[in-house]
Design a protein around this ligand. Structure first.
Ligand code: AMP
Ligand code: MG
Length: 391
């Protein structure tokens, strides 16, 4: 049986390496850019009116005389010819400036009489109310650096230059298998001896928080051949998560099934509570996480081991890990690292009640896992401990 720090290290040691892929821009939200992005175009792509008003040549105007209204240009259209001297064109926000015009007077600052435009705007200067071509990006400009997170705003910025795909660090492909004879799929009528299956929904929800949709989610009874069959079909994935069946009972057949599928066991059992029977293996490039079936063990192992592995692929740190003082003293036995459901408030870590691994009532309201190290028994009020945020 190995320690928690050793288990953490071994999981990360077996990371097979990042993958890079071209991704449609709108799907790249939440991913890190794998290379810098340069603008393929000037934006705005033309001198553009910023307001509804009249476009004219400021330098050719004497500052007093009315201008003749030569026509109109709407957003999406162009003013066919150059603007004749002593004229103005009616223009709308986003429209391309007519050739020869450099300034827009807003419509609130003019009087129109017949075809004559009288400008009454003391503040007006050359270039006012115009967004110059290339004033956001010039063709070839660095837009975003490698390693930056693609956010909805970044998607908008890149899309505005005509970009439709970007190179990002791939999210891992993940599949989930839950095992147990006692498991009832959600929605089925309850029957004696059975419990509602909750680990699959939990992991699907947890992965969704990271923007990952599992390739497959399967439920299997405690039958080695059937577990083997399920596992075999999923060993092309980057990550396989199996729950249940990794303890030492007669019906715990996952380790044997994984072995039969050619999975190399990297470790089995960690000095931790909950989740002591945790199994980690590797089949080719697939990282295999065998999580003890109790729901709190599943989710604890997920946050402590699976999420850091996913971070290796994507380059993103999803949840903060920090040292915080305990809000109250605690006692535990030596020999195991304890992960306790907790809440952070006023800069302190408060440990909640109901820590048993079959219970999810305290986990459901927790926002962190408080880590109490293996070698210690007593923790005093205010003592700093590692806290893993989970939201
Ligand atoms: P196991 O790791 O298979 O020995 O299961 C440990 C405990 O977790 C047992 O009480 C199981 O009934 C429960 N358990 C296992 N898998 C699930 C699941 N998918 N959903 C809810 N509880 C489960
Ligand atoms: Mg079981």
């Amino acid at each position: 049986m190995i320690s928690v720090p050793e288990a953490r290290e071994r999981v990360l040691q077996h990371f097979p390496g990042r993958k890079i892929q071209w991704m449609p821009l709108h799907e790249a939200n939440g991913c890190l850019l794998a290379e810098e992005v340069h603008s393929p175009a000037d934006t705005p792509p033309f001198h553009q009116s910023a307001m509804d008003g009249y476009a004219f040549s400021f330098g050719n105007w004497d500052g007093r005389s009315p201008l003749a209204i030569a026509g109109e240009v709407q957003a999406g259209s162009v003013f066919e010819n150059a603007l004749p001297p002593a004229t103005a064109a009616r223009i709308f926000t986003g429209a391309q400036m007519p050739q020869g015009a450099d300034t827009v007077v807003i419509r609130e600052r003019v009087t129109v009489s017949g075809n004559s435009l009288f400008i009454d705007d003391e503040q007006l200067v050359q270039g006012r109310n115009v967004r110059p071509m290339g004033s956001q990006t010039k063709q070839g400009d660095l837009m975003l650096s490698a390693g930056m997170l693609v956010t909805p705003a970044a998607v908008s910025f890149l899309a505005s230059t005509g970009i439709t795909t970007v190179k990002i660090f791939s999210k891992p492909s993940v599949s989930v298998v839950v095992t147990g004879n006692e498991l009832l799929p959600p929605g089925e009528p309850w029957s004696p001896g059975k419990i509602y299956e909750s680990n699959a929904s939990c992991l699907v929800a947890a992965l969704a928080s990271l923007g990952i949709v599992p390739g497959r989610v399967e439920r299997v009874v405690d039958d080695e051949a059937l577990i083997r069959k399920a596992v075999q079909g999923l060993l092309h994935q980057d990550i396989l998560i199996i729950t249940g069946g990794v303890s030492a009972g007669d019906h715990d057949l996952v380790a044997a099934a994984l072995d039969a599928c050619g999975t190399e066991c990297i470790f089995h059992k960690v000095r931790q509570k909950p989740g002591m029977p945790f199994y980690f293996g590797k089949a080719g490039n697939t990282l295999v996480f065998g999580l003890p079936g109790n729901p709190a063990s599943v989710l604890t192992c997920y946050y402590e081991y699976v999420v850091p592995a996913i971070s290796c692929f994507t380059g993103i740190t999803y949840y903060k890990r920090e040292m915080l003082p305990l809000s109250a003293g605690l006692h535990k036995k030596k020999g195991m690292t304890h992960f306790l459901k907790g809440k952070v408030g006023d800069g302190l870590a408060e440990v909640l009640g109901d820590q048993e691994s079959y219970k999810m009532n305290s986990f459901a309201v927790a926002d962190c896992l408080v880590e109490l190290e293996e070698g210690k028994e007593n923790f005093i009020t205010g003592e700093p401990v590692w806290v893993q945020r989970i939201i």
